[in-house]
Design a binder for this molecule. Structure first.
Ligand SMILES: Cc1cc2nc3c(=O)[nH]c(=O)nc-3n(C[C@H](O)[C@H](O)[C@H](O)COP(=O)(O)OP(=O)(O)OC[C@H]3O[C@@H](n4cnc5c(N)ncnc54)[C@H](O)[C@@H]3O)c2cc1C
Length: 434
């Protein structure tokens, strides 16, 4: 490999989804040098809401107002679930650290407490979640109190109807009104995209014209809800201008993916990891991973970097996700881990992957497939021993969880990243994060 660029670090994080981003952030906060490899993962499709744990047990679709009480129940009933293996005190610290990093990159979340919040979705359902962006939190308050409220949408905006949301909730929230207006400057455009509106609202003139159109409609409403288009990089400023201009709390409702809140979250995480000093290889992927003879370092061969790159690391965090992330791959009858071929906990045969009923409330066994890890978050080999003393795994690649049905995607990523990086720091002798 002559001419290949060479670099080294304490910890290489493979993956740049929610789990990889969290692991990279936590690693540098603990004073470890970090190279992160991979592109944005599922973050782009996320709603900006940070779920911790909302549903348990999934078969009963039991919703919890306190994620920490839900975690207690989970620990009692499914002790091998990855979230059940992280101490609540660590989960709290992990979330605080994560939202502080997001705030430093311009994306503010409402203070985290002990309870989940209920948030409106673009189809008029209610989502139970934990971390709520500041631009959405007035909606959770309005929904809690069933306050008199006005929803406004824009003619031509795809996949968002204030009328539909109000109609779906009419029985439960009769004080919800709706109005449709033309978006200033886009009156003749037949089909509008949220991201274009978000950019347009970052200009003061468009923002003021939009506020002026909504102001006469507010009437006795105690809050105004809008599709999530209040700015892209400057959402706090745009949101504050709407609240000042309308004289009532204003909230956003996430639109369908790819949504503006997903783009904001991805942008803020990229900015946060870069400003924390993580060396990002966001267009690269790891082609091969080998360990040196005395097991002190691992070598990662990257592709997607001009001329190639070889990274030497003292520890490696695998945050490569499941099937959509490419961490796991399935052939006709077997699931394998993509980079090292690590053993994957999975149903005994393909016939057992899915239940007969696709909508079975208890979910499908294949969605609980993944890597088994020891107490230090190290993936196990076929003998049940750590595959390499300083290889760790975090996020959705872990076995024994179905994050989609449990509504715990971000929580799983953030909490396991925290716990694994604690182990990395311990093994590399780094100081604990302040
Ligand atoms: C449609 C959708 C909506 C969601 N909504 C929410 C929500 O509202 N709230 C919530 O809390 N969570 C939500 N999530 C979940 C959350 O965003 C994460 O996707 C989930 O937690 C899994 O994260 P992950 O980092 O484990 O994996 P992924 O996001 O799948 O990331 C895997 C990463 O690994 C990288 N990778 C894989 N192989 C390699 C390789 N060989 N070399 C380098 N890199 C590699 C990929 O490029 C990617 O960066 C949503 C997810 C989706 C898909």
């Amino acid at each position: 490999m002559t001419g290949v660029r060479r670099n080294s670090c304490d910890v290489a994080v493979i993956g740049a989804g929610m789990a990889g981003m969290a692991a990279a952030l936590f690693a540098v906060e603990r004073g470890l040098s970090c190279i992160q490899i991979g592109s944005g993962g599922g973050i782009l499709f996320a709603s900006g809401l940070l779920d911790l744990l909302a549903v348990h047990p999934v078969a009963e679709r039991c919703l919890w107002q306190s994620p920490y009480t839900a975690l207690d129940a989970l620990a009692g009933e499914q002790p091998d679930h990855p979230l059940a293996r992280v101490a609540p005190v660590s989960i709290r610290a992990a979330f605080e650290s994560f939202v502080t990093a997001l705030a430093s990159a311009g994306l503010a979340y409402a203070p985290l407490g002990e309870r989940n919040r209920s948030v409106l979705t673009s189809i008029g359902t209610v989502k139970t979640t934990y971390g709520v962006p500041v631009t959405m939190v007035a909606g959770a308050d309005a929904l809690d109190g069933r306050a008199r409220c006005l929803l406004v949408d824009f003619r031509g905006l795809r996949e968002f109807s204030a009328h539909q949301i109000a109609a779906t909730l009419a029985d439960r929230w009769p004080e919800l009104r709706h109005q449709r207006i033309d978006f200033p400057g886009f009156e003749t455009v037949p089909e509008l995209y949220a991201v274009h509106l978000a950019r347009a609202l970052e200009t003061v003139e468009t923002r003021e014209r939009t506020i002026a159109l909504i102001r006469p409609l507010v009437g006795d409403a105690r809050a105004v809800g809008l599709p999530a288009v209040l700015g892209l990089e400057r959402s706090r400023e745009v949101h504050a201008a709407f609240e000042a201009g309308l004289g009532v709390p204003v909230f956003e409702i996430p639109t369908m993916p790819t949504s503006v809140p997903g783009l904001r979250l991805l942008g803020a995480l990229e900015a946060a990891v870069s400003s924390h000093g993580v060396r990002r290889r966001h267009q690269a992927s790891v082609r091969a991973l080998t360990y040196d003879g005395n097991m002190e370092t691992a070598t990662l061969d990257l592709e997607g970097v001009p001329g190639g790159e070889r990274v030497t690391a003292r520890a490696v965090v695998l945050a490569t996700g499941r099937f959509s992330g490419r961490g796991l791959a399935a052939d006709r009858g077997y699931v394998r881990e993509s980079i090292l071929g690590l053993p994957v906990h999975q149903p005994a045969s393909r016939e057992a992957w899915h239940k007969r009923d696709f909508l079975d409330p208890s979910g499908h066994a294949i969605n609980r497939a993944g890597l088994r890890v020891d107490d230090a978050w190290r993936p196990l080999d076929t003998d049940g021993k750590p595959a390499w003393p300083r290889l760790f795994a975090v996020g959705s690649i872990l076995a024994h969880q179905d994050w989609m049905r449990s509504k715990c995607g971000s929580g799983l990523a953030i909490a396991t990243a925290w716990a694994a990086v604690e182990q990395v720091a311990h093994r590399l002798g780094a100081t604990a994060a302040g």
